[in-house]
Design a protein around this ligand. Structure first.
Ligand SMILES: Nc1ncnc2c1ncn2[C@@H]1O[C@H](COP(=O)(O)OP(=O)(O)OP(=O)(O)O)[C@@H](O)[C@H]1O
Length: 312
């Protein structure tokens, strides 16, 4: 369990984290989502005792990291997969970490298996791909079998296989009862991975709820409708004050409405429909609504955010 209360970090004139309070519960994957520079890494560093809060608290299992007697047995983290000795092999890197923390050599082989590093464990780290470095970093986080795990942008730079693998690992860890906090600016990834989301922007809390609630509460409902009489349907819907527009030759989209409402209009004018469905709101839509005022640098409209398909 992670408990964050009124957590604040100021670097000179920059308020990196501004009064954040949230809990990260065991048994689920909590996504920590926010645009670049939102304060995710700074928050994680404070939870891990690597940065001192200006005010407020970040507790692991009810205690500040610095006061944990066996910290690596309570909390593991992947922060910067580049921060390893490049001349060592993966296995020797893990053995050094194991020895320093009273972890058995047998456990080193277990985590090598668990992250699928396999034969690469005997090679020097300087020859590792980014995906292999991420796996090694995750192996190090799992080494002392801690109940609380923090992963800072673990999907960064990974291919689809790597992303799927991490998604599966996070799910398994949560199902085993671990407390899992994973940061990302990839909305699509969090939509598929996280049970709960803590969304921040410019160091401030924007939303803290289940992923489903965030999608339901913030995404405007839209309806897709197809008919062989699109002109007539468009005119009737607009007469009723509905925000309908043509999206394809025979297909309309209606903003902020429901399939029932659109179906009733069509039925009352005897316009046959070939398709009628609510469009589920995407996290991307909700996220842009949530963080719209909290990004430092807006792209021009043409530089739209990455869609889930593009991100993969
Ligand atoms: N050591 C530091 N000194 C000064 N400013 C810092 C320091 N570390 C972070 N910041 C600033 O604090 C803010 C939050 O940064 P942080 O890295 O925590 O954001 P983030 O959400 O992790 O972003 P990203 O997704 O880009 O990693 C940024 O404005 C950043 O420039």
């Amino acid at each position: 369990m992670i408990t964050v209360r009124a957590l604040t970090k100021r670097y000179g004139g920059v308020l990196a984290v501004d009064g954040l309070s949230f809990d990260v519960e065991p048994g689920m994957v909590t996504g920590f989502l926010g645009p670049n520079g939102a304060g995710k890494s700074t928050t994680m560093r404070m939870i891990l005792g690597l940065d001192r809060p200006t005010s407020g608290q970040a507790l692991v299992n009810g205690r500040a990291f610095a006061t944990l007697t066996e910290p690596l047995r309570e909390v593991g983290a992947l922060l910067d997969p580049g921060a390893v000795h490049p001349g060592r092999t993966g296995r020797s890197h893990l053995r050094v970490a194991a020895r320093a923390n009273g972890v058995s050599a047998r456990r080193v082989d277990e985590v090598i298996d668990q992250v699928g590093l396999g034969r690469a464990a005997g090679r020097r780290i300087k020859g590792y791909s980014l995906g292999m470095r991420q796996r090694l970093g995750i192996a190090a986080a799992l080494l002392a079998d801690p109940r609380v795990l923090l992963f800072d942008e673990p999907m960064n730079g990974l291919d689809l296989d790597g992303i799927r693998w991490i998604r599966g690992l996070l799910r398994r860890l949560a199902d085993e009862g671990h407390t899992v906090l994973v940061s990302s600016h990839l909305l699509s990834e969090m939509q598929q991975t996280a049970d709960r989301l803590v969304v921040i922007g410019r160091g401030r809390m924007i939303a803290d709820a289940t992923t489903d609630d965030i999608l339901r509460g913030l995404g405007q409902l839209r309806v897709r409708v197809r008919s062989a009489q699109p002109d007539a349907l468009l005119a009737r819907l607009q007469e009723r004050g509905l925000a309908a527009r043509r999206v394809e030759a025979n297909e309309l989209e209606v903003e902020d409405s429901t399939a029932e409402a659109v179906g009733e209009v069509a039925n009352s004018f005897h316009i046959p429909l070939h398709h009628l469905s609510d469009v589920p709101p995407s996290l991307e839509h909700a996220y842009l609504e949530l963080t719209g005022n909290s990004v430092d640098y807006h792209g021009r409209p043409a530089e739209r955010a990455t869609t889930p398909e593009e991100a993969l």
